[in-house]
Design a protein around this ligand. Structure first.
Ligand code: HEM
Length: 152
């Protein structure tokens, strides 16, 4: 039992870090988060305007997959952290906003699940809240991209 903690710190986390660095997992996973959330929001808005059940289901399932994948996006971000990210204001915001996004997405998912179970159309309050999360996702991606591409 006493070996669990040192194993986690000394072996597992460095091994995961190496894996994430070698595979560039964070830049891969960000594409899913950055696509699925806005697609869900746009499908719900269009679905509600056009009264399209198909778009409403698209919105539910894309949010479902975004909620599964985004915690891994955030974890891979922590493991992808490099020395030159330290002290960069944009990256400090990126780190904490990305972590908070996971909690916000869980809240939005619970709200959307409730709507889905009752087979209702999403309310305008939900649509506005989800549009704000989509805007946050865009800003989050901008901050990450700025750090990677600004000096190229
Ligand atoms: C969960 C939502 C997140 C999104 C949508 C996101 C998005 C992005 C994007 C678009 C990039 C640029 C990738 C590229 O094309 O190379 C990036 C880079 C990066 N992100 Fe995230 N990110 C998220 C969360 C996080 C979190 C929680 C951390 C934690 C520390 C993090 C750390 C990083 C790092 C270290 C980089 C690379 C910066 C460099 O090259 O110096 N990200 N992110």
């Amino acid at each position: 039992m006493t070996t669990i903690e040192p194993t986690l710190g000394a072996v597992l986390i460095p091994a995961l870090k190496q894996f994430v660095m070698a595979t560039k997992l964070h830049p891969i996973l960000v594409n899913f988060t950055a696509a699925l959330i806005p697609v869900s929001v746009a499908s719900d808005i269009l679905g509600r305007i056009r009264k399209s059940e198909s778009l409403r289901h698209t919105a539910w399932w894309t949010l479902f997959y975004a909620t599964i994948i985004t915690p891994f996006t955030a974890i891979s971000g922590w493991l992808f952290w490099m020395h030159d990210d330290n002290g960069v204001t944009g990256m400090t915001i990126h780190k904490w906003l990305g972590t908070a996004m996971v909690a916000l997405l869980f809240g939005l998912f619970a709200w959307r699940w409730n709507i889905h179970k009752r087979q209702q159309w999403p309310t305008w309050a939900y649509l506005i809240a989800s549009a704000i999360l989509a805007a946050i996702t865009g800003f989050q991606g901008h901050l990450g991209g700025e750090q990677v591409f600004a000096n190229m």
